[in-house]
Design a protein around this ligand. Structure first.
Ligand SMILES: Cc1cc2nc3c(=O)[nH]c(=O)nc-3n(C[C@H](O)[C@H](O)[C@H](O)COP(=O)(O)OP(=O)(O)OC[C@H]3O[C@@H](n4cnc5c(N)ncnc54)[C@H](O)[C@@H]3O)c2cc1C
Length: 387
């Protein structure tokens, strides 16, 4: 279970809440304008141990459980997503591959530095024709004596322009189609043949960077293989499932933020001499946001408890991601509506969150993909043979 006791965890959660609300929130506009996390905020994040809160304690992390992870994510979600994105790949998709499947040597070499934030990790799975269906990836890994040689390209890779370390998924057995035959490798930035493209220009989530990653005869030693050869796809699915529950919790945090912004705006902004909150149709928008937010939060907590007990590590996280990402989409839309014309203007927080929220329904599996996982999982559990 958890690496910290309940009282220590409460203190960590409170300190995170304070950092988010007192330091990150006032910097949001600057982060949006400059498209970067200020160095002083990065330093505070590192100081608090947030680069490694979900990594194992014995390697410098805090080793939180999933139930604790989502409580922290409720807090992270309250501010610009760029805040969490900076340390998200270290704790999540990239760091977890090493923590769960890496050799003792890989854990010793990389995890402490990921946990302290001196190393940024990126998770490089998606390719041009392998997004929703990553089993179709075309990047190759060819064994050559004591090395592996990687060739291919990846796109939309979070933190790639900052990354010191890439967890790269590549087909190591060309005879095997689909997920079998895919392996994962740790590739350090600066390895000859690895290049990162320019930062992508995105709809929202300014300050969080993505880019293409090119692998051109990248030679890595045999011990860069993470886990067993041919098991990379299965490890990707394991960490993505955990990531989906984390994203669901971030969406709950964002929904709380835009509700708070909307309540305070409705209580003070006036039409005809009275606050717009006096209109019951405005109250209805707030009521729907609140009811759905409570549903999302309760769902995430229940799914996290079942994840920790091992009862459900797939259908539950996908269901939570599906519901909460769609829920926050409705919340940001209502928040803009409550703000009227002001909600359409840059510098109004809800305008920014409206753009930021859109990503959640796309990455780490689109809403359609979550539905396929949930529906397929339910039917398989009922004994329906795979088609
Ligand atoms: C900002 C950002 C950050 C990202 N970060 C990372 C990262 O760090 N690492 C990484 O590896 N990837 C990352 N991704 C990639 C992301 O996970 C993919 O974009 C996502 O999984 C969708 O894949 P795609 O873009 O290829 O879209 P497609 O798979 O081409 O989807 C297009 C449409 O087809 C639908 N569709 C596809 N297959 C099916 C199906 N079987 N059934 C029904 N509908 C289907 C989709 O739902 C969607 O509506 C990131 C993406 C973005 C935009």
């Amino acid at each position: 279970m958890a690496g910290v006791d309940a009282e220590d965890f409460r203190q960590i959660r409170d300190a995170v809440r304070q950092l988010v609300r007192e330091v990150a929130v006032p910097l949001e506009e600057r982060i949006d304008d400059e498209d970067r996390i200020p160095d002083e905020l990065r330093a505070r994040i590192a100081e608090m141990g947030l680069f490694g809160y979900a990594l194992p304690e014995e390697h410098g992390g805090l080793g939180v459980s999933m139930a604790e992870d989502v409580e922290l994510a409720f807090e992270f979600g309250y501010t610009t997503p760029a805040f969490r994105s900076l340390f998200g790949t270290n704790n999540g998709i990239a760091g977890q591959v090493i923590a769960k499947f890496g050799s003792e040597e890989q854990k010793k070499v990389y995890l402490p530095r990921l946990a302290e934030g001196s190393l940024i990790g990126s998770f490089a799975l998606t390719e041009a024709e392998a997004g929703s269906d990553p089993a179709g990836l075309r990047t190759t890994a060819r064994r050559d004596g004591d090395s592996w040689v990687l060739n291919g390209s990846k796109r939309y890779i979070t933190n790639a322009p900052l990354a010191d370390l890439f967890v790269v998924f590549a087909r190591s057995d060309p005879e095997q189609a689909g997920g079998r035959g895919i392996s994962s490798f740790v590739v350090e930035a600066g390895t000859p043949g690895l290049t990162v493209g320019p930062k992508d220009r995105k709809m929202g989530q300014s300050g969080a960077w993505t880019a293409e990653v090119f692998l051109d005869d990248v030679r890595v030693p045999a011990d860069a293989l993470v886990g067993e050869e041919g098991r990379g796809y299965s490890s990707a699915l394991t960490v993505l499932s955990r990531g989906r529950l984390h994203i669901a919790a971030l969406c709950v945090g964002m929904a709380q933020r835009v509700l708070d912004e909307s309540v305070s705006y409705a209580a003070t902004a006036k039409q005809g001499g009275a606050p717009i909150g006096r209109f019951q149709l405005v109250q209805a928008q707030l009521a729907d946001m609140h009811a759905e937010l409570l549903a999302g939060r309760a769902m995430v907590r229940e799914v996290a408890a079942r994840y920790d007990s091992g009862e459900d590590t797939s259908i539950g996280p996908s269901s939570a991601k599906l519901f909460c990402t769609e829920m926050v989409g409705r919340a940001v839309d209502r928040a803009v509506q409550v703000h009227g014309g002001l909600g359409y203007l840059r510098t109004t927080p809800v305008e920014r969150f409206y753009r930021d929220a859109r990503l959640y329904r796309l990455y780490e599996g689109t809403s359609e993909v979550q539905r396929v996982i949930i529906g397929g999982g339910l039917l398989r559990a009922a004994g329906m043979p795979r088609g």
